[in-house]
Ligand binder design. Sequence first.
Ligand code: FAD
Length: 503
Amino acid sequence: MQKVLIIGSGGAALAAAVSAKENGAEVIVVGKEYPTRSQTCMAQGGINAALYAPDSIEQHIADTLAAAKGLANEEAVTLMCQQAPSAIAWLDAIGTPFSRTPTKQIAQRRLGGASHPRACYAQDYTGLKILHTLYDYANKLGVTFVNEHFLLELLTNEQKQVCGALFYDIRNGRVESIQASSVILATGGYSKLYHTHSTNSKAATGDGIVAAAKVGAKLSNMEFIQFHPTALKSSSILISESARGAGGKLLNSSKERFVDELKPRDEVSLAIYRQMQAGQEIFLDIRHLGEEFITKELPQERKLALLYENVDPLTELLPIKPAAHYTMGGISVDLKMQSTLKGLYAVGECSESRVHGANRLGGNSLLEIIVFGKIAGENAAKNKQEVFVCSEEKILHAKEKLQKLFTKNPTKNIYDTRKTLGDLFYEKCGIERSEKELQTLLQKIEEIQNSLNDYGIEDKAHNYNTNIVDYFEFENILYIAKEVATAALKNDTSVGAHRRSEK
Ligand SMILES: Cc1cc2nc3c(=O)[nH]c(=O)nc-3n(C[C@H](O)[C@H](O)[C@H](O)COP(=O)(O)OP(=O)(O)OC[C@H]3O[C@@H](n4cnc5c(N)ncnc54)[C@H](O)[C@@H]3O)c2cc1C
């Protein structure tokens, strides 16, 4: 029987797990946190599918390609959009509690860049409901879950085929290897590079992308980082596009509108950025939507605004700013979600599946993780590769590296440097980037990399040591930082989310 190892336990991982299991493989899902806490649970606005006329699959394809500004692959986009209605039907059938219209159809809302209301939703808890439904379903099918295991590195055999991975068991500090006939990376994106200027969960540090690159997998489009227009000003917590889809307005300090709120995200974020550069403060106004609508359709948005900004959107304007939200770049994959390495598949936000190009449409990421998750699972299950046993030498080497970390005393603080790096990225590799600023940024990254020996862990405990997890994430984010800054410097054309200025 084929053995499929899935690394990460968010929506993409669970869709892949279900599909690999249904295709007869033994499936093991390994994640650094619990599946139900994965970032997918933060998705609010919805999942796209052209379900009812006058919307159509052709229109969904056209909107996706237009938003991607020429950098998406039409075949991949067509595949995703064509499969969307059956993906929603499947999610509905396994129990996802989608919101309904009075006539019991699945309710849909309009998000930016969409020509029709196309995002199916479960109030504003869409990702959470999908993730938890998938988790229940995967458990019923007998998928094995191994939680709180941090991916350290991928294992390859002599033919350069990926055949397993090494993990750090967060619970007891041990290094473990898991061998498989194919490996699927579903470890999410890297927006947390922007640290406090990101809407993402702490886990979004690009770990899987780094592990793949280190064994030679190709990465692409790493400079394309989507800034969401409406993050809360002081916390970067996301206020979903569904608020604008329902009629929310963007206002400047003079209480004037300055942009069509339903344009794609790159355009709305740029308009906000320009206003902010001119000294304006920006607000989201949803007061006119009324208490009944907000309580029924956007309950989470109100809770988040009250909790994190101490502002009640029923009666007050919400102060907002653009924040790093989604990473379009990642591990290059083909239509089977196969990376450039044999035995290695990648899916979800860690992959670059050529459907988002220079700018992702809201609602297309949840769609991608379901449609392409199922494709990845099916192909990985059919991959006829033998299960290789990992050489003891590799495990020993990882253990020695870990041991060194426990014996040295750091003179520099990873937390301070993460913050500095995040601030630098927001300033120098944000919505607009210039050659000069990118060069300064790269120089700073190299300085940090050169002093990596001065960093380490303060906490030497072996059980539940969060300091060591933070350290691993720090090393990974540094690697990602260099990839992003280098790609941004190389690409001197302004397109979608990558805007170059020569100032
Ligand atoms: C606030 C917010 C709202 C959003 N709203 C929407 C929306 O309405 N519609 C939409 O289409 N998209 C939305 N998105 C984007 C979408 O939610 C994500 O792109 C998508 O859920 C990514 O799924 P994933 O499975 O690829 O990754 P994730 O859900 O991020 O899962 C990654 C998994 O990998 C694990 N992992 C990471 N590193 C390691 C490691 N080293 N070792 C082991 N495991 C590891 C993590 O623990 C996690 O389980 C939103 C995103 C955010 C942040």
